[in-house]
Design a binder for this molecule. Sequence first.
Ligand code: UT7
Length: 318
Amino acid sequence: MYSRITGTGSYLPDKILTNQDLERMVDTSDEWIRTRTGITQRHIAAKDQVASDLALYASQNAMKAAGVTSKDIDLIIVATTTPDMVFPSTACILQNKLGVENCPAFDVQAVCSGFVYALATADMFVSSGKCRNALVVGTEIYSKLLDWNDRSTCVLFGDGAGAVVLSQSENPGILSTHLHASGDYCNVLSVPGSISGGKVEGNPYVNMEGSVVFKFAVKVLEEVVQEAIAKNNLQATDIDWLIPHQANIRIIQSTAKKLGIPMDKVVVAVDKHGNTSAASIPLALDIAVRDGRIQSDQLVLLEGVGGGFTWGAVLLRW
Ligand code: UT7
């Protein structure tokens, strides 16, 4: 028994915040943002939207593409760093909004690697026969975690959601999953604040040592892709599509160059979305599926790195 992605979907909030808009908010420039990150714009959720709202649209699109209804879903995993509330989980709130009855539903917190972690977890449920159709979602409203006076972080992130339906299949599907974490780096990229005694304690905004993250990301992303292709007796040149976490075009280009994968085999969405954390990989995947780039039987490699640090990859045959 294997698991296979049978449908993808995504959702982006209507409001677009351009680099020019940011020039009017902080001491930055379109030129700095574009050359250092590749980002030209990002989407920002409405004040009354929560992560499960974005997840709902993305999930409905994925379920439609997979040809399943809420009756067919028997597992929901949501990867998010920006849950609707402390509890219940965003997965349970999404379950209610979708009208899915009595199935396991839980959140995964691995920041920007969250979708890779969630997909690897769902694969274990589906390929072992415990579930038939898992809904796996990455959804984020990062705009809530940004200090809009801090130019070193507020220009980098955006809001959005992506989802897949992972179904039982006699043919693979997911070929292998590779997850890693190193808590030694937990202070390098964090939102240290918490709620205690009815108050926020500590800094509730994204705090990042950008260049440390950058160097670590390029190193471990190359390593984890090599691990995935070695496990499957493949070469990097066998990969048809690399779908990286969309944080910075320079990280994406450096990783692809180290691997010897040409950029025309790499799906890039960071220019239009910014870094949408756990949503970025399923968003990019959905774009490349819907515009027809990803074709049946092709080899697709998803990879990401995020706070923790966490990192990982999923290799699959489409
Ligand atoms: O999803 C996983 C989590 N995040 C990431 O993967 C992000 C990883 N890191 C990065 O993408 C990059 O490190 C950044 C885009 C965050 C920064 O790029 P950098 O080339 O590493 O720049 P830097 O941090 O070394 O800063 C260079 C300069 C500094 O000025 P000085 O000290 O050289 O005078 C910053 O103050 O750029 C300045 N700067 C800005 N200038 C204009 C920082 N942010 C801005 C800004 N506009 N928005």
